[in-house]
Design a protein around this ligand. Structure first.
Ligand code: SAM
Length: 284
C-alpha cells in the first residue's frame, strides 16, 4: 500500500473516523520519494534499531522497516494506533508505542529493544515541538549513532549554521557539543497534507561516540550559551556578566584575553569549541 498516496491517506483516515490534528503537528508526506530518501540516509548500518517519532499513518515507518533490522515508532495520537496496526501489519520488525516522546523513558525503551544493535532516530518531526524533542534526545543519555529529522527549513538552517552567521543560535552551539550536523535536502511545502506554510529540510546529526570536550562544569557551559544568545546584540561580557552568578566582568575579560578574543566580541561569533574553552577557564 502506498501510504504517501493522497487518496490512500484520505480513505485510511476516513475509515478510521479520524482527521488531521493540528495540535499534534500532523502534516503527512504525500510524495513517496521523500520517505525513501530519508530512510536511505538515516543510518549506516542495516542491523540498526531505528526509533521513529510520530509515524502518522506509517509512510516513513514502512521504508525504515524495509531497510533496518528493527523499528520502534512512538506515536502520541491514540486514534492512529489502530490505523498503524493495519497499515504496518505485514512488517513483523515494527513495534508501535502509543506515547508522548517528551514523557517516554528513552533509555529504558532502548534497553528493551536494542539487543546490542546500534540505535538511530529518524523522524518527520511535529514542528510545534522540534527543539524540545531534539534536546530531550540529546540529553537522554542514550548513545544514539545518528539522529535524522525533517524540520522547518529555517530551523534546518539554524541547526547547521556556522558560528558568526545570522542563522547561528544557542541550539547550534549546544548541538556542536553532541555531534556534527549535515543538511541533507530540502522538501517543498507541497509535499505534505495539510500543506504547511513553509518548506522543510532534512538534517542528520552524527553523534560523537565520546564527548568531544571534557567540560569541567557542563551547567556553566550551557548557561554561558543561553545568556550569550538571549541578548545576542550585546557584547558577550554585557550579555553574560549579570546573568550567571560568580561570572564577573573581570573574570570574563581575563578568560577572553587568554583565548585571544577582543573583549568587545559578541557571543554569536563563538563556536562550540570557544564556548567550551571559555566555560573551562571560568570554572577554574
Ligand atoms: N511520519 C508521518 C509522515 O511523515 O507523514 C507523520 C509526521 S507528522 C509531521 C508528526 C507526527 O508526530 C504525527 O503523527 C503526530 O501525531 C506525532 N506527534 C506529535 N507530537 C508527538 C509527541 N509528543 N510524541 C510522539 N508523537 C508525536
Amino acid at each position: 500500500m502506498d501510504l504517501c498516496n493522497l487518496s490512500v491517506i484520505k480513505s485510511v483516515m476516513a475509515d478510521a473516523g479520524i482527521s488531521f490534528r493540528k495540535e499534534f503537528g500532523q502534516n503527512f508526506l504525500t510524495n513517496r520519494i521523500i520517505p525513501e530518501d530519508i530512510a536511505d540516509n538515516c543510518a549506516d548500518n542495516p542491523e540498526s534499531l531505528i526509533i521513529e517519532i510520530g509515524p502518522g499513518i506509517g509512510c516513513l515507518t514502512q521504508e525504515l522497516a524495509l531497510r533496518y533490522k528493527k523499528v520502534v515508532a512512538i506515536e502520541i495520537d491514540k486514534g492512529l494506533i489502530p490505523v498503524l496496526g493495519k497499515t504496518l501489519a505485514e512488517y513483523d520488525n515494527v513495534t508501535v508505542i502509543n506515547a508522548d516522546v517528551m514523557k517516554v523513558d528513552l533509555a529504558e525503551l532502548v534497553r528493551e529493544y536494542s539487543d546490542g544493535m546500534s540505535v538511530s532516530v529518524c523522524a518527520n518531526l511535529p514542528y510545534y515541538i522540534t527543539t524540545p524533542i531534539l534536546m530531550r534526545l540529546l540529553e537522554s543519555g542514550v548513545k544514539f549513532s545518528s539522529i535524522t529529522v525533517m524540520v522547518q527549513n529555517e530551523v534546518a538552517s539554524r541547526l547547521s549554521a556556522k558560528a558568526g552567521s545570522s542563522d547561528y543560535g544557542a541550539i547550534t552551539a549546544v548541538l556542536g557539543y553532541y555531534g556534527s550536523v549535515r543538511r541533507l535536502f530540502k522538501v517543498s511545502a507541497g509535499s505534505f497534507i495539510p500543506q504547511p506554510k513553509v518548506d522543510s529540510a532534512v538534517v542528520r546529526i552524527d553523534l560523537y561516540p565520546e564527548p568531544k570536550y571534557s567540560l569541567k562544569d557542563e551547567a556553566l557551559f550551557r548557561s554561558l550559551i543561553k545568556a550569550a544568545f538571549e541578548q545576542r546584540r550585546k557584547t558577550l561580557i554585557n550579555a553574560v556578566s549579570s546573568k550567571i552568578s560568580g561570572v564577573t566582568k573581570e573574570k570574563l575579560i581575563s578568560a577572553l584575553c587568554e583565548l585571544g578574543f577582543d573583549e568587545r566580541i559578541r557571543g554569536e561569533r563563538l563556536s562550540t569549541d570557544d564556548f567550551a574553552s571559555l566555560a573551562n577557564l571560568l570554572a577554574e
